[in-house]
Unconditional design. Sequence first.
Length: 151
Amino acid sequence: MRLGSEILEIGLFNQKIGSVVVTVVLAAMLSACAGRGGPSPEEEVQAAMDGFHASMIEGDLDSIMALISDDYSNSQGADKAQMQGFLGQAASQGFFTDMKVDLANAETVIDGDSASVSSVIYNTALGALTLSYELKKENGVWMFTGTEIGM
């Protein structure tokens, strides 16, 4: 997928290295929890958020989309395909360039196979944006099913 010149300058090599680092970190987190009978739902949701944020910071649109459920719908009514178009456009405008994720005020609520994570602040070259997410466990994997702006 075409991500824009800013993202392409990172180079395929750096994206592969970044993806490997994210995979190793997530594997280490999960294996550290294995002695306790596996990760808690809170740890699983946090690992999903960490993977999502790492992919955003890398500008890796394919990895971001792999974490978004086919049942995705945001507060503006956009589905997964529309979200993919939006993210591609955001990348081409430099949204992911020098992105910092602020989780200081984030709050996670888990109810069975559903979770919400609110007040995630993204500081980017284009300004700050606060998002809240809805996740659902699908086939054992936490997937992003919704996004709301400014909550």
